[in-house]
Ligand binder design. Structure first.
Ligand code: PMP
Length: 281
């Protein structure tokens, strides 16, 4: 087992990260998860672009060009002989004496490792239950920060209520899941929160919107209140790891039962085809 550490591929036993790393003290860092299907990266460029954008948003400049990082990721994937799985990649602001104030002199620390695929479940066909609860996170959810306490707490709460995901809402709008974006279907139209500071603009979300356009499905990116969840015809969540997963019920602050409907299935099919096309490209 090797890891990607800064510019090198090193055995796991050689990885030593300082206890003074600001990622450890402050959650001062950003990350990405990129999927590999049949030995090929899926949507690598938008993930790398988002990583650099997240870093830029926290005033952190990265030591590598995008091209250099992509070459390192390819080399790492080859070294690990990764066929199906994901690569987790994080960049923290690096080592410093503990002080909230950063100096811009720190040297960022990049760490990448393989995340194996989770064992397959029937969630993609039967769907999951989703626990609707208040969104208590900060106001820059567009940054893919490693600081994930709000998400972590929501995920635990959902699981404690036998749900596979938490769906979060602010006063006037349902935002997203704890680790996913949310889509609703009503009258043949897709609804999802707009890509602003209240959500992470998922790469899978963007793929789904593009696929919907190709299929002639209308997409409305507007905030909607949590009450709307109660009369959704279909709902699904999206992310790199769970792709398109239907929601069969809402629990918690909204209760509803939904069917795994035709539009969700159509988009799942189109997504699978998109993955296959990338593989053969
Ligand atoms: N929102 C949040 C809060 C997430 O953690 C994730 C997964 N990283 C997503 C949305 C989905 O993003 P993506 O499709 O790029 O995996």
């Amino acid at each position: 087992n090797h890891l990607l550490l800064n510019d090198s591929i090193v055995p796991e036993s050689d990885v030593a990260i300082s206890y003074k790393d600001r990622g450890y003290h402050f959650g001062d860092g950003v990350y990405e998860v990129v999927r590999v299907y049949e030995g090929a990266f899926f949507t690598l460029d938008p993930h790398i672009d988002r990583l650099y954008e997240s870093a830029n948003q926290i005033d952190m400049s990265l030591p590598f060009s995008k091209e250099h990082l992509k070459a390192n990721l390819e080399a790492y994937k080859t070294k690990e002989q990764l066929e199906n799985g994901s690569i987790y990649l994080q960049i923290t602001r690096g080592e410093a004496e503990r002080n909230h104030l950063y100096t811009r002199e720190e040297e960022p620390v990049l760490l990448g490792f393989v995340l194996p695929d989770r064992p397959p479940t029937d969630a993609s066909t039967v769907g999951i239950a989703a626990y609707v609860t208040a969104d208590v996170r900060w106001l820059r959810c567009d940054i893919k920060s490693i600081n994930l306490l709000g998400n972590v707490m929501a995920k635990r709460k959902a699981t404690d209520h036998d749900c596979g995901e938490a769906i979060l809402y602010r006063e006037t709008a349902v935002t997203e899941g704890s680790t996913s974006n949310l889509f609703l279907v009503n009258n043949g139209t897709l609804y999802t929160h707009p890509a602003d500071n209240y959500i992470l603009n998922g790469i899978t979300r963007r793929e789904v919107i593009a696929l919907a356009h190709e299929l002639g499905i209308d997409v409305v990116e507007e905030p909607f209140p949590k009450e709307v969840l109660a009369h959704a015809e279909e709902a699904f969540i999206t992310s790199t790891s769970i792709e398109i997963t239907p929601v069969h019920s809402f629990k918690g602050d909204v209760e509803a039962t939904l069917k795994v409907g035709p539009l969700t299935k159509k988009l799942q099919q189109a997504f699978t085809e998109r993955v296959q096309k990338t593989r053969s490209a």
